[in-house]
Ligand binder design. Structure first.
Ligand code: CU
Length: 473
């Protein structure tokens, strides 16, 4: 039997079997002690553990026994973030969790085909997609028992406890990125992240990890309105997996990996050994998760490539392309070598002549990529499909400090229209508005007065040939 992970909202707003059994399974795991590898708290501590915070939130007390140091060093504080291991590590982690919950459900005489639902906050045609259904918000579950799927530390965007994710924070432009692995600085961060060794955090976020993944964490967790505020469980890796929503969010992130692979034949998993083998080297931690008996299982990204292989054995209900498919005429834009760009400066433009060569990636852009954070700047040159003709060059500009999304300016610097990242670069946009040399010029780089600029983007297609000299200032 292949298990099917279903869309949370399509199961219904009301209590349904899948969510009812999830709640019962969570209760069973919560009844197990922290030292049990199949307990709710042990599994959450594998993502990240912070004893003082956990005591503060009431998940343990100062006298709760911990597993031995050796076990903690093997299993806990393991989550992989800001790395190309983000997706494969979380896939193994989800597999372990789901198997343990299912095992608990079966022991309670529940359905043997139970699988973790996924929360598709981007689902089209569902006005409630960005909220949570009743099973995750009701104070009580059927039978008038406290609902284990809720907690006091899920504050939501405004601290009220109501989850309603901002649509501008869950855009899916990561799906248009061609490469799984990116680079640590300069060009694209890649769909799946940058090559690292075992990386429990710090460094550059991959595109999917950044948005929607990170943003959903913070939109759900939020922080309390008191002073000093408590961060919500989901807002911080050391507490995130204590919230039952965590697993449904991560099932969706894992699903988006499948969506990305399927939506474009050019999208491929890494084939480099350093990624496939996972972290290696003397003293380097391995990826380890418990099986249903609590026995440690070591895995590598190589083991995580095929969800239908016997070790994983699941599919998603829906992996259709939320962006409506790759345009047949689309040619992926080349993202130019931003590593060569000078450090971000105040408002500027190409103040010296710049030469673009096919595949040469020689480009001098000054005033590039200003942002409040490297992450924000990094998304600026990470998407693009365009349909430029040979010899043409396209420019795009956008700001996102204020959450407005993508904005195009014409040759006069006039705002043309606001659109969403995922629409950016559709041939009709790019072809009509920006694909001629007419748009090359200093004026283009002037942001509107008072605008908060995150980035200036530049892209040109692989089909571009020859050279183009940008005018000197
Ligand atoms: Cu996460």
């Amino acid at each position: 039997m292949v298990f099917t992970r279903k869309n949370l909202w399509r199961l219904g707003d009301d209590w349904n079997d899948t969510m009812l059994w999830y709640a019962r399974g969570v209760l069973a795991l919560q009844a197990r002690p922290l030292t049990d590898p199949t307990s709710w708290t042990y599994l959450a501590a594998m993502h990240g553990f912070a004893q003082a915070r956990w005591i503060h939130y009431g998940y343990i007390t100062s006298s709760t026994p911990l597993p031995s140091l050796a076990v903690r060093q093997r299993d806990w504080d393991q989550c992989q973030h800001q790395t190309g291991f983000f997706l494969p590590w979380h896939r193994g982690y989800l597999w372990s969790f789901e198997a343990i919950v299912r095992d608990a459900i079966v022991k309670l005489h529940g359905p043997a085909d139970w699988a973790l639902p996924y929360w598709d906050y981007n689902e089209k045609g569902n006005p409630k997609a960005r909220q949570l259904p009743r099973a995750l918000t009701d104070a009580q579950m059927p039978g008038n028992k406290p609902n284990p799927l809720v907690n006091k530390f899920r504050f939501g965007r405004n601290g009220s406890g109501k989850v309603d994710v901002d649509p501008n924070r869950i855009r899916l432009n990561c799906l248009t990125e061609r490469d799984f692995l990116g680079v640590a600085s300069g060009g694209s961060a890649g769909f799946g992240g940058v090559p690292t060794s075992f990386n429990h955090g710090s460094g550059r976020n991959g595109m999917l990890e950044s948005e929607p993944h990170n943003n959903v964490h913070v939109e759900v967790g939020g922080q309390s309105n008191q002073s000093p505020p408590d961060p919500g469980l989901m807002s911080v890796p050391n507490t995130a997996a204590l919230d039952p929503v965590f697993w449904l969010h991560h099932a969706n992130i894992d699903r988006l990996w499948e969506v990305w692979l399927k939506r474009d034949a050019k999208h491929k998993n890494p084939t480099v050994k350093a990624w496939l083998d996972g972290p290696t080297g003397a003293g380097v931690r391995k990826f380890v998760v418990p099986d249903v008996k609590g026995h440690p299982v070591t895995f590598t990204p190589r083991d995580m490539l095929n969800t239908q292989a016997h070790n994983l054995n699941y599919v998603y209900q829906d992996t259709s392309d939320p962006l409506g498919g790759v345009h047949p005429l689309a040619v992926r834009a080349n993202t130019f070598a931003l590593a060569a760009a000078p450090p971000a400066r105040q408002v500027g433009g190409p103040d010296s002549g710049s030469v673009v060569e096919k595949y040469g990636l020689r480009l001098t852009l000054h005033g590039f990529g200003r942002g409040r954070s490297p992450d924000e700047a990094s998304v600026s040159y990470s998407f693009e499909y365009c349909d430029l003709k040979e010899g043409e060059v396209g420019f795009c500009f956008w700001r996102r400090c204020d959450g407005l999304g993508v904005i195009f300016w014409d040759a006069e610097g006039k705002e043309m229209r606001e659109t969403n990242c995922v629409l950016f670069g559709l041939p009709e946009d790019f072809g009509r508005h920006s694909a001629t040399q007419r748009y090359v010029g200093w004026d283009l780089f002037k942001p509107p007065a008072g605008a908060c600029w995150a980035a200036v983007g530049f892209s040109a297609c692989e089909i571009m040939t020859g050279k183009l000299r940008l005018p000197s200032r």
